[in-house]
Design a protein around this ligand. Structure first.
Ligand SMILES: Cc1cc2nc3c(=O)[nH]c(=O)nc-3n(C[C@H](O)[C@H](O)[C@H](O)COP(=O)(O)O)c2cc1C
Length: 181
């Protein structure tokens, strides 16, 4: 019983979330396959894979191209398994931003033609050490507009790990070893 966890990341937070999900799945008794869609050839072997978690961050309203290409090119095989799609962003961290965050996710699903069994919005992080002038300006004046958060103030993680654990456990269900001798 293998769970495929396929992710893209730009600044590392989604990679951290993917590793966390990998551990949650292993602790629930599943085998796991963790892949970064930036390091992937377009087709992936899904032998033994029973469930799929796909996750990617939002940058300027879009998920990374490599992620969308991966989902679109493996769509038919991915859709034969139970799937959960997680969209990671900062708009998702605030009640007033969640409608917009939902739009990014729906637009990505429309573009790729992928129809998951479940979706969720996950709050990401502010990581100033990774930003140049352009990224700082976008964060301050667009993504975090009206919030009392300054990208210069250091790392700020909004990801709710307990909530994420519940989402993943809820999706995976019982033990991956339940049917094994
Ligand atoms: C240049 C830039 C643009 C961003 N644009 C968006 C956005 O449009 N919507 C959003 O919700 N979050 C946006 N974010 C926030 C990221 O989604 C968030 O920092 C996330 O944790 C990044 O994940 P990663 O570290 O895996 O790349 C942006 C971040 C940066 C640096």
């Amino acid at each position: 019983m293998t769970v495929l966890i396929a992710f893209a990341t730009v600044e590392g937070q989604t990679a951290k979330i993917a590793r966390f999900i990998n551990n949650v799945a292993k602790n629930a008794g599943f085998n796991t396959k963790l892949i970064n869609t930036d390091e992937m050839s377009s087709h992936v072997s899904l032998d033994d894979v029973v469930k799929i978690v796909l996750l990617a961050p939002v940058h300027e309203r879009r998920h990374p191209e490599s992620f969308e290409a991966f989902v679109a090119s493996n769509r038919d095989a991915l859709m034969k398994r139970k799937s959960l799609v997680l969209s990671v962003g900062l708009k998702a961290a605030f009640a007033s931003g969640r409608e917009e965050a939902r739009d990014y996710l729906n637009e990505m699903l429309m573009r790729t033609g992928f129809e998951p069994d479940a979706t969720a919005l996950v709050a990401g992080a502010v990581k100033p050490e990774n930003y140049g002038y352009f990224e700082r300006e976008i964060l301050k004046h667009v993504v975090l507009l009206g919030r009392k958060i300054d990208p210069q103030d250091g790392v700020r993680e909004f990801t709710d790990w307990d909530e994420l654990t519940s989402i993943v456990i809820g999706f995976l269900g019982g033990s991956g070893r339940a049917n094994q001798p």
